[in-house]
Design a protein around this ligand. Sequence first.
Ligand code: ZN
Length: 269
Amino acid sequence: MEQGTRNIVVAGKSGAGKQPRIDVLTATYGLRQLSTGNIFREYLGAFRKVGEGLDVARFRRGDGFAPDEEIRAALAPACARAGVAPDAAVLGLKAARYVDGGRFVPDDITNALFASAFRAAAGRGLVLDGYPRTPEQSEFLLDLVRETGSRLDLVLLVDNEDEAIVARTIGRRICPNKDCGKVFHLEFKPPRDGKYCTACGSEVILRSDDTEEKIRTRLAEFQAKALPAIRRLTRAGIPQVVVPGNLPVFSDEAVRESVLGAVRPVLGG
Ligand SMILES: [Zn+2]
């Protein structure tokens, strides 16, 4: 049944319910999830291990950076001591410049990090999550797939109405206790007395990313960039299937049936 390496892109608005669908795909097809969030954490982590006390500004050249060889040479001794791959530290340093400043990471940096992680996973089937998010990233991905002799089997789009996402997200509350972190919803999974974690008793909070204003900004971003990114893949002939983010009954089995019913006609099996 399994022929070659499967790579699947899972797309959808932030809060549409991608993760349960990704879980079905990784479990059913033996794939590994490759999330941009995790990629950034990994490379930033590599840099932080070796970059302490380093004057990062000396590697800046206007809007860009000094040549990679120069940065690599400066980081090499610390990398050798810490057992960190110098290339990963160089990429992490570049990403840190934007992430630490709370600024939008330019496509070329995101692409470089993604390509490095994608190549490192060569030959393993992947579920791409959070990438591509702009049409330029889609172009880059199509080239990378061609260049590495890999392929994209399909795009799974988890579709959810904006208003359903807003309602679900602003009702979300999390336990701020680092050892607990339980997630609640004021309507669907209420905390005790509407306020307290049922596991540890801490007063639950609204995540700073879950305000209505921030949610609507993310939804607009999806419309402006991520949707055209998906269309670019479709134009390149990658099949697209759409699954509903809202199910009449939300159970593991219902999610599984919904996802597999949609992807099997394309993937077989
Ligand atoms: Zn708790």
